[in-house]
Design a protein around this ligand. Structure first.
Ligand code: IPM
Ligand code: MG
Length: 357
């Protein structure tokens, strides 16, 4: 298969984990005879230095010509909120790319990885069997509704608007129900229908769309209860489908539950299977440039790309299995090594996984 991948490494540990992942990609090309060709584009601080903006037109043009985006991370140290290299960079890059490419379907799989299970704050018997897919609507809702700040009777007021169109709800539900049909056939639509009008529209659209997926058991759950159930009995969930803001919150909570936010990948897809693939974790500036970051979430994101955009299931599994094989051989990065245990650098771990494809 011949395809183009734009590689947007970004800030902090982004370049290191991305370089390690591109090694794995090249190994996939070699072993499966593909030409999935990476081309680097600038986003974040480096883009700002060179072009004066965080997401230059050059980078957008590169992404438009490609079949998928492999994205690292953006963002600077928290103690430099006014540094123009990083000011509003998440909004300028991540939210802008999501909107520009209409990446409405955010898939965040949560699984228990044996290597991280001990890091879960929950009891073993509670996380046992946990396998959840969070399907988060990503280009609408309160993230993108009208917002403003103004003055009223001498007092400052701010507004963010949560707004959904029926069509936006329908398309994310279809992605979620289809995924559920290929899994354990259960979908939980998470909302706040006891309060919010948008949630009532979600429910009314759900009632219509679920008729096309009669094999899937659909249930509703309020967001506050869903947060509780995710901690109390997470193994009961299969697919969670929810709006932008609730999905943001639940996915961090879910990351903590599986003890491995640093290992979790994500896919953000549009209606043509074009996708942006990125780790859930951020740019971790405190450990950047030291060759100690764990590239696994980014490597797993590559696997999601192979699966969802290119339909290369065998190759995706080869990547995931290579990571497990590395761990099984005792090869691990610093974050996963016990005190005193030997560990590999970012580069070396990427190479080890590449060699195990
Ligand atoms: C995420 C992040 C982003 C979001 C931020 C960086 C804008 O938290 O991808 O979950 O809120 O969507
Ligand atoms: Mg988030």
């Amino acid at each position: 298969m011949q395809k183009n991948i734009s590689v947007l490494a970004g800030d902090g540990i982004g370049p290191e984990i991305t370089t390690a992942t591109v090694k794995v990609l090249k190994s996939v090309n070699q072993h499966f005879n593909h030409a999935l060709t990476p081309t680097v584009g600038l986003v974040g601080g480096d883009a700002y230095d060179r072009y004066g903006v965080h997401l230059p037109e050059e980078t957008i043009a590169l992404a438009e010509k490609s079949d998928a985006i492999l994205f690292g991370a953006v963002g600077g140290p928290v103690n430099q909120p006014d540094n123009p290299r990083f000011k509003n960079v998440e909004k300028n890059v991540i939210l802008a790319l999501r909107q520009r490419f209409d990446l409405f379907a955010n898939l965040r799989p949560l699984k228990i990885l044996p290597i991280a299970a001990a890091a879960s704050p929950l009891k073993k018997k509670i996380i046992n069997g946990l396998d959840i897919l969070i399907v988060r609507e990503l280009v609408s809702g309160i993230y993108f509704g009208p917002r403003r700040q103004y003055e009223e009777n001498g007092e400052r007021v701010a507004e963010d608007t949560n707004r959904y169109k029926a069509g936006e709800i329908e398309r994310i539900l279809r992605v979620g129900f289809k995924a559920a049909a290929g899994r354990r056939r259960k979908a939980t639509v998470v909302d706040k229908a006891n309060v919010l009008e948008t949630s009532r529209l979600w429910r009314s659209v759900t009632e219509a769309v679920k008729k096309d997926f009669s094999e899937v058991a659909v249930e509703y759950m309020y967001i506050d209860n869903a947060a509780m159930q995710l901690v109390r009995a997470p193994a009961n969930f299969d697919v969670i489908i929810t709006e932008n803001m609730f999905g943001d919150i639940l996915s961090d909570l879910g990351g903590a539950v599986v003890g491995s936010i640093g290992l979790l990948p994500s896919a953000s897809l549009n209606g043509r299977n074009f996708g942006l693939y990125e780790p859930i974790h951020g740019s971790a500036p405190d450990i950047a440039g030291k060759n100690i970051a764990n590239p696994t979430a980014q490597i797993f994101s590559l696997a999601l790309m192979l699966r969802h955009t290119f339909g290369l299931e065998r190759e995706a599994e080869a990547v995931e299995k290579a990571v497990s094989a590395a761990w099984a051989k005792g090869l691990k990065t610093k974050d996963l090594a016990a005190p005193g245990e030997p560990w590999l650098g970012t580069k070396e771990f990427g190479q080890a996984v590449a060699d195990l494809i």
